[in-house]
Design a protein around this ligand. Structure first.
Ligand code: PMP
Length: 305
């Protein structure tokens, strides 16, 4: 199946969507991106895009910070994204990547007086952390402070931080990195938020711990409360609490809910998938594929029936 992109206001085959080597955002990371999933439901022969609007709202927030003007209102961006995914026609899980960027063919480190561009591309994409349970390490790379590069927006340039951490982790034989905040508290994975289960309660780093406010994080918090009656505590978490927690898992659009079995060569709990983690994994998997009637509002069907 060929992939398509929405590029320069047209739907084009992915390989025809090209940008020039002078493009400002290529040099300075001046772009905001999103990662959205289209989840294939084989029984219904339907792809459901998960929390599409929330992803574009976060993109818009990032664009405000980087002074990027989006070409259309969010409703229209959602509409054309659905059209694009339908055009690709994949019968498998898809990943949707909108990018709003400084498209000027001009060098110069600034945000003002530069043209803005926007594209969306879609590719088939299965599991991201392709393991039943992840082995993690605490990274020597910390998340940046908001007054260095804001970690609450998905700015392209900031992902050098994430890439350094991920490569360090994988080079050392781990699946994923857990990064600390500048003040040494637990922040997040290189592409996921982090949750602990401590004495039957969910605990996750707060917004002031230099995290991206994940849409999967918000989803899991709501599902935990509504489906399992579990409240989430938002607070600073110290590194050693990672080692003593009963359960740990990572959440992200790409990674879904991924259990963590081990951190820094210490088993979490008994090193198996925790009870609450397993329940949340199961509920989340049903919700994102449109198999949970209560949460269908979060799922945008792509194909008309
Ligand atoms: N933190 C970082 C650094 C990420 O890149 C991601 C992936 N977007 C997340 C957390 C999880 O966010 P979401 O659940 O919205 O995908």
């Amino acid at each position: 199946m060929p992939s398509y992109a929405y590029f320069e206001k047209k739907f084009v085959p992915l390989e025809e969507a090209k940008i020039g080597i002078m493009t400002n955002s290529f040099h300075y990371g001046t772009a905001i991106f999103e990662g959205i999933r289209g989840n294939w439901n084989a029984e219904q022969k339907q792809t459901y895009i998960f929390r599409l609007r929330e992803h574009y709202e976060r993109l818009q927030d990032g664009c405000r910070v980087l002074k990027i003007a989006l070409p259309n209102a969010i409703d229209e961006l959602c509409r054309l994204t659905v059209e694009l995914v339908a055009k690709c026609g994949f019968q498998e899980d898809a990943y949707v990547r909108p990018v709003a960027y400084k498209s000027s063919q001009a060098l110069g480190v600034r945000l003002h007086n530069l043209e803005d561009g926007f594209f969306v591309l879609v590719i088939p994409w299965g599991p991201y952390l392709d393991v039943d349970k992840a082995r993690c390490c605490v990274s020597s790379w910390h998340r940046p402070q908001d007054n260095v590069i804001p970690p609450q927006i998905k700015a392209a340039g900031i992902y050098i931080n994430n890439a350094l951490a991920k490569t360090e982790a994988q080079s050392n034989g781990f699946d994923e990195a857990i990064m600390l905040s500048p003040d040494g508290h637990v922040s997040e994975g290189s592409g996921e938020n982090l949750f602990l289960v401590i004495n039957g309660q969910l605990v996750t780093p707060a917004s002031y711990n230099n995290i991206l406010i994940g849409i999967t994080r918000n989803t899991v918090i709501e599902l935990a409360e509504k489906e399992l009656g579990l409240k989430t505590v938002y607070r600073s978490i110290s590194r050693s609490e990672l080692y003593t927690a009963d359960e740990c898992f990572l959440t992200g659009t790409a990674a879904h809910v991924t259990p963590v079995a081990e951190i820094d060569h210490r088993k979490i709990g008994d090193g198996e998938i925790g009870e609450i983690t397993a329940k949340l994994q199961e509920i989340y998997a049903r919700v994102i594929r449109g198999n949970h009637p209560k949460y269908l509002d979060w799922c945008t069907p792509v194909y008309k029936r």
